[in-house]
Write a protein that binds this ligand. Structure first.
Ligand code: PMP
Ligand code: GLU
Length: 397
């Protein structure tokens, strides 16, 4: 029996695979240090889980409107107004099964067959696969390390063709941890408006910013930009709710209506119980979010300093998300036993095999000489893991 050509063109998510492999090794008794995880290690705050239990006890267990319950969409609209200074009506919001689902819904709503979507590289590995899934063509645009891996308006302009329909912006960024300033985003968004392109702005790491750097919601930058922007966000990262699967998008009305129609056939509503948990999360103050942010900031400082002290590592200082991004091409040509380091993938495998440290080689992020450390793990593990990495690097010949 055959499978579709499309299915053969889609790669599995290597981030999820590495996290699963590290978990498996741990369960089999190996003392693995896992820097792979793209999810907070904190438990979902208690009051949020309690709201879900109450929802079950109250029998809130039936279908809801496909795009989410009105109370939750109102809470999302209020969040946009209070925190981002953007006005969305509840009908412009669609709640989905995680930000991943919101993203693929957005692509389905705007991409025609063979339309091009510009991806500033390095990019989060799921974007190109999602674009391919809806018949589009991902167009990576390599950014410069010297510009902190931020795409410039000129680089963006040079990649636009008559097939381009959108650009994906992701600030704070996975995998680099870089945060674009308001002016940088405005300059990029103005190019999109000038060429009548959609901006898909993935703001899932909104709350995780450090050093007093501020997150900017792209849709807030001007009326024209608002009319060209689909904002993606969700509760997975900021509220430690990855398993609950609640994300949302906000967009001009025709897009929100299209996405709601698509979702009504594809999945129906996101889980009713998780929606009640999300409502509690959003209606509450951001105390637990702030506590996690403070802890992430401490870990980032520590991890960044440790990594900077490892010879051959070139590290950029991240101002957001929970990742440190390291170029290891300084180690190319060196060897450990018979293994010669020629890529991030070889180095990551060596670390896992020899010193039980799991991290993500960024091959699928279009950065084959870079590795990504997640600091969504406790301080002791960060210390232990970086010591192991350093020891191994010092043994390279
Ligand atoms: N966007 C980015 C940049 C991410 O890193 C992730 C993490 N999985 C997502 C979207 C998807 O988040 P969710 O778990 O809500 O689907
Ligand atoms: N986004 C996270 C990561 O980059 C979670 C894994 C995934 O969804 O791919 O690791």
């Amino acid at each position: 029996m055959k499978i579709s050509k499309l299915a053969t063109r889609i790669a599995p998510s290597s981030t999820l695979a590495i996290t699963a492999q590290a978990k498996e090794m741990k369960e089999s008794g190996i003392d693995v240090v896992g820097f792979g995880a793209g999810e907070p290690d904190f438990d979902t705050p208690k009051h949020i889980s309690e709201a879900a239990k109450e929802a079950i006890d109250n029998g809130f267990t039936r279908y809801t409107p496909a795009s989410g319950i009105i109370q939750l969409k109102k809470a999302v609209a209020k969040k946009f107004l209070d925190e981002n200074g953007v006005i969305y009506t509840p009908s412009q919001i669609v709640v989905s099964n995680g930000a991943k689902h919101s993203l693929i819904n957005a692509f389905m709503a705007i991409v025609n067959y063979l339309d091009e979507v510009i991806l500033p590289a390095p990019y989060w590995l799921s974007y190109p696969e999602m674009i391919k899934l809806v018949g589009g063509v991902p167009v990576p645009v390599m950014t410069e390390a010297s510009n902190n891996f931020k795409i410039t308006p000129d680089e963006f302009r040079a990649a636009i063709t008559d097939k381009t329909c959108a650009i994906v912006l992701n600030s704070p960024s996975n995998p680099t941890g870089v945060v674009y300033s308001r002016d940088e985003l405005k300059a990029l968004a103005d190019v999109a408006v000038e060429h009548d392109l959609w901006i898909i702005s993935d703001e899932i790491y909104e709350y995780l910013v450090y050093d007093g750097v501020e997150h900017t919601c792209v849709a807030s930058l001007s009326e024209d930009i608002y009319n060209h922007t689909i904002t993606i966000n969700g509760l997975s990262k900021g509220f430690a709710m990855t398993g609950w699967r609640i994300g949302f998008l906000a967009a001009p009305q025709p897009i929100a209506t299209a996405v709601s129609n698509i979702q009504s056939h594809a999945t129906s509503n996101p889980n009713s119980i998780a929606q009640m948990a999300a409502l509690t999360a959003l209606e509450d103050n951001r105390e637990s979010v702030a506590e996690m942010q403070v802890e992430f900031a401490k870990r980032r400082d520590f991890l960044y300093d440790e990594l900077c002290n490892i010879p051959g590592f070139s590290v950029i200082r991240p101002h957001g998300a929970f990742y440190c991004f390291v170029d290891i091409s300084g180690l190319y040509g060196k060897a450990y036993n018979d293994v010669i380091i020629d890529s991030a993938a070889t180095f990551a495998k060596l670390l896992l095999d020899e010193v039980a440290v799991a991290l993500v080689p960024c091959t699928d992020f279009d950065a084959p000489s870079c590795i990504r450390f997640s600091y969504a793990i406790d301080m002791d593990s960060i210390k232990k893991g970086t010591d192991r990495v350093k020891d191994l690097v010092l043994k390279l010949k």
